[in-house]
Design a binder for this molecule. Structure first.
Ligand SMILES: [Cu+2]
Length: 329
């Protein structure tokens, strides 16, 4: 990101300075010297004209290639990235780790390990911004967006909201605390032992329930409570709705013939706006859960569905002892 930034700034700066200075020089050199003076008609050599087109074009294309590669890199988290759920809410950031602990406004991550944030908003559009990591991504209600980073060394870095979201926008701040891998492990296991629960800034919200096991367990419980399992099986049998077994990662055919990849975003959309995409062979009878499920609950159900893989054991983040590999629950 920085390389692209400085390269673009530097080349444009050098070129505009050269153009400006040449213009000033020519103003003086070719200034009008008398009332009757006419200017000569000049036909530039084709080669010269071509150079004036091709050189800037080459720079533009080079920037584009660099930008494209940067953008693809930013949009493609490595497969071994550790997932953390983020919920934006007026005016705080909440983090939920698949292994169990939750926190408000403080995101602890291990250094040297890619981290993928799966982000959604409870209310309005926010934007998750960590200037030092060059990471900025909109956080939208009813949808998941993702962003990833890998912190190089331990330290503390500011989190800001970069989308004006109301009166408290400017106080919607948080902090990424990058820990050494061992310190991070210690913190996670301390969380599991129930220590140090309230140290994460003001415990402002009542709506973030204390961790009850990991997200997968919470998701399983919620799927029961919300009645999802009346229509969806987890054992591979089709019911009123498609089975959740091996749903995550599947390529799903829709009634209009399109094929979609089942990822976090699609699963969330299925809950929030079930008629947006109808699975081929099923009736559009699923009710919307848009106002029935809070962000962390949606995250929990998504994690639960992700855990339902029949063959490959999806191990998830390997840091937490409580997050055992899950298979066909
Ligand atoms: Cu905000």
């Amino acid at each position: 990101m920085d390389r692209l930034h400085y390269f673009v700034i530097l080349t444009t700066f050098v070129m505009s300075t050269a153009v400006g200075l040449t213009a000033i020089f020519f103003f003086i050199l070719y200034r009008r010297r008398s009332e009757t003076q006419t200017t000569p008609h000049i036909e530039p050599a084709p080669l010269l004209e071509a150079a004036f087109v091709i050189i800037p074009l080459a720079f533009f294309l080079l920037w584009w290639v660099m930008g494209y590669r940067t953008a693809i890199g930013l949009a493609t988290p490595p497969a071994d990235a550790m997932d953390i759920y983020v919920q934006g809410k007026k005016w705080m950031w909440k983090f939920a780790y698949p292994g169990g602990p939750n926190s408000v406004n403080v995101l602890r991550v291990p250094s040297g390990r890619p981290v993928r944030l799966l982000m959604t908003s409870r209310d309005v559009i926010h934007s998750f911004y960590v200037p030092e990591f060059r990471v900025k991504q909109d956080v939208l209600p009813g949808r998941y967006s993702q962003v990833w980073f890998q912190a190089v060394e331990p330290g503390r870095f500011q989190i800001l909201c970069a989308e004006y979201c109301g009166a408290g926008h400017s106080i919607m701040r948080g902090e990424v605390i990058v820990l050494k891998a061992e310190e991070y492990e210690d913190w996670v296991s301390a969380q599991h032992r129930g220590l140090a629960t309230k140290q994460d800034g003001p415990p402002t919200a009542l709506d973030f329930a204390p961790p009850l096991g990991n997200l997968v367990d919470q998701g399983r419980r919620l799927a029961q409570e919300q009645g999802c399992v009346k229509c969806h099986s987890v054992d591979g049998s089709q019911h009123i709705g498609p089975t959740w077994l091996d749903l995550y990662g599947r390529r799903e055919r829709l009634s209009d013939g399109r094929i979609v990849n089942v990822d976090e975003g699609y699963i969330t959309e299925s809950m929030m706006d079930p008629f947006a995409k109808i699975v081929d062979g099923f009736k559009p009878v699923m009710p919307s859960f848009a106002n029935k499920l809070a962000g962390p609950e949606v995250a929990a159900i998504v994690e639960y569905i992700k855990s339902l893989q029949s063959d490959a054991v999806r191990t998830g983040p390997s840091e937490g002892p409580a997050y055992a590999p899950v298979r066909g629950r």
